[in-house]
Write a protein that binds this ligand. Structure first.
Ligand SMILES: *[C@@H]1O[C@H](CO)[C@@H](O)[C@H](O)[C@H]1NC(C)=O
Ligand SMILES: *[C@@H]1O[C@H](CO)[C@@H](O)[C@H](O)[C@H]1NC(C)=O
Ligand SMILES: CC(=O)N[C@H]1CO[C@H](CO)[C@@H](O)[C@@H]1O
Length: 371
C-alpha cells in the first residue's frame, strides 16, 4: 500500500511537470508513458488493493441527494414485529447528543440524523454554530480540535439546563459513530436512571476504574449527569478546568471523582457491545497489527474473530457517511428469508453481563499482552 501511494504520488508529480511543458509535441508522449506506468501498477497489484482504494475515495465524496426510506407498510416490513422495541422506546428514554463541528454539519451530521439518529428519543448535535435543521447548538467554546473536552463539558451543561427532564439516559456519540438504539435500551433496561453508572467500551489506562472510549460512544444515567454537572464541573479538584485534553479520559476522571461507576456492558457471552473501532478491525484476526494501541487499552479480555462482538452490538466507530447508510440497510432492512428471530425480554434487572465462565481463548495476542 505504502509503495503504491508513493508510486501514485510519483505519477502525479510527473503529470504536473508534464503540464509545465509548453511544447505540445512532447506532452502526448510523456502522458503515454505515465498512463502506461499507472496501468502497470494496477495490473501488478493484488486485486483487493484496487477495490479498497476506490472505496475509500468514494467514501470521501459528499452525499447530496436524499437516500429515502422504505415504508413500514412495504411487503417485507409488514412481516416485521416491532412490539418489543416500541415498548423499550417508551420505557427507556435516551437523549443522544452528537459531538460535531460546523465543517461537518452537511458532511456527516445530517447523515447521522437520517440514519440511526432518528431512533433516539431526543437528538441534539453539539457544535459551535447553530443550525436549526439538525438541530445543532452553538456551544460557547472556541472551535478547535484541541477543545473537544471544553465542548463536552459545555454539552452536558446544556443538556442538564435544557433537557434534563426529557430522558433517563444521556448518550454521547461522535459524528462517525453508528448506534443501534434498540440494543442500547435493552442493556439499560436492567439499570435504574438513579444508579450512578455509565457505560461504553471500557479502556484501562489513565483512570483507576478505567474510562469509556469517546468514539465508541458512552451513556450516562440521569444521576451521573447530575453529579457530573453539579458536583464535578464546578470543582477544579475533581474535573479539569481547561478546555484541552482527551475528552473521554477527562470525563472518566471526573465521573470517578464523584462516585460514578464504570459499568460492564459486555453481553452474557463476554462479547463487546460498544466498539471503539470499525467492526472488521476486530472481526478479522490480524487486521490490526500487534503494535496497535488497542491491545494496550482494552479493559476486559478481548477476543478477535467472531467472538469480538455481540449480536446485540450497540456502537461501531469510524463509520463514514457511506458506511452509515450501508449499516442502516444491512441492520434494518436486509433479512435472510425464512430465518425469524423471537426475542424474549428476560426478567427486568437480571443483568446480561457475562457469567464468569472461562472461555477457551483463541486470542492470538495473549502472549503479546503478557497474560
Ligand atoms: C423512515 O421510516 C421509519 C419507519 O417507517 C420512520 O420512523 C422514520 O421517520 C423514517 N425516516 C425518515 C428519514 O424518513
Ligand atoms: C409480536 O411480538 C410480541 C412480543 O414478542 C408478541 O406478544 C406478539 O404476539 C407478536 N405479534 C405477532 C403478530 O406475532
Ligand atoms: C489455538 C487454539 O487455542 N485453538 C482453540 C480455539 O478454540 C477452539 C474451540 O474453543 C479450540 O478447540 C481450539 O483448541
Amino acid at each position: 500500500m505504502q509503495n503504491f501511494l508513493k508510486y501514485g504520488n510519483f505519477c502525479y508529480q510527473l503529470v504536473l511537470s508534464i503540464r509545465k511543458f509548453q511544447r505540445p509535441s512532447v506532452q502526448p508522449f510523456l502522458l503515454g508513458v505515465v498512463i502506461g506506468m499507472v496501468v502497470t501498477a494496477l495490473i501488478t497489484l493484488p486485486s483487493g488493493y484496487n477495490l479498497s482504494l476506490f472505496r475509500s475515495y468514494a467514501s470521501e465524496r459528499k452525499i447530496t441527494s436524499r437516500i429515502g426510506n422504505h415504508s413500514s407498510d412495504d411487503h417485507h416490513h409488514r412481516m416485521t414485529n416491532i412490539s418489543l422495541s416500541s415498548q423499550l422506546y417508551n420505557e427507556v428514554k435516551v437523549l443522544c447528543w452528537i459531538l460535531t463541528g460546523p465543517q461537518n454539519h452537511e458532511k456527516k451530521a445530517k447523515h447521522v440524523k437520517a440514519t440511526w439518529g432518528q431512533r433516539c428519543n431526543t437528538l441534539i448535535f453539539m457544535s459551535t454554530e447553530d443550525d436549526p435543521s439538525l438541530p445543532a447548538v452553538a456551544l460557547p467554546v472556541i472551535e478547535d480540535r484541541n477543545n473537544l473536552w471544553g465542548k463536552t463539558k459545555a454539552a452536558f451543561q446544556y443538556v442538564y439546563d435544557h433537557h434534563y427532564n426529557d430522558a433517563d439516559w444521556f448518550f454521547k456519540a461522535d459524528d462517525d459513530t453508528y448506534a443501534v438504539m434498540e440494543n442500547l435500551r435493552y442493556l439499560l433496561r436492567d439499570y435504574e436512571p438513579t444508579d450512578p453508572i455509565y457505560f461504553g467500551f471500557r479502556f484501562k489506562p489513565y483512570v483507576k476504574q478505567g474510562y469509556m472510549s469517546g468514539g465508541g460512544g458512552y451513556v450516562l444515567s440521569k444521576e451521573s449527569v447530575k453529579r457530573f454537572v453539579t458536583e464535578a464541573l464546578p470543582n477544579p479538584d475533581k474535573c479539569k478546568k481547561e478546555n484541552t485534553g482527551a475528552e473521554d479520559v477527562e470525563i472518566g476522571k471526573c465521573l470517578e471523582n464523584v462516585g460514578v461507576a464504570a459499568g460492564d456492558s459486555r453481553d452474557a457471552d463476554g462479547r463487546s457491545r460498544f466498539l471503539p473501532l470499525f467492526a472488521t478491525d476486530v472481526l478479522i484476526p490480524g487486521a490490526m497489527g500487534k503494535e496497535h494501541w488497542f491491545w494496550s487499552y482494552h479493559y476486559y479480555p478481548f477476543n478477535v474473530g467472531m467472538e469480538c462482538c455481540s449480536d446485540n452490538i450497540i456502537t461501531i466507530h469510524y463509520v463514514d457517511p457511506y458506511k452509515l447508510y450501508l449499516l442502516e440497510y444491512l441492520i434494518y432492512h436486509v433479512q435472510p428469508f425464512g430465518i425469524s428471530y423471537n426475542p424474549e425480554l428476560p426478567e427486568k434487572g437480571v443483568k446480561q453481563t457475562p457469567v464468569e465462565k472461562e472461555k477457551a481463548s483463541n486470542d492470538s495476542w495473549d502472549e503479546f499482552e503478557g497474560k
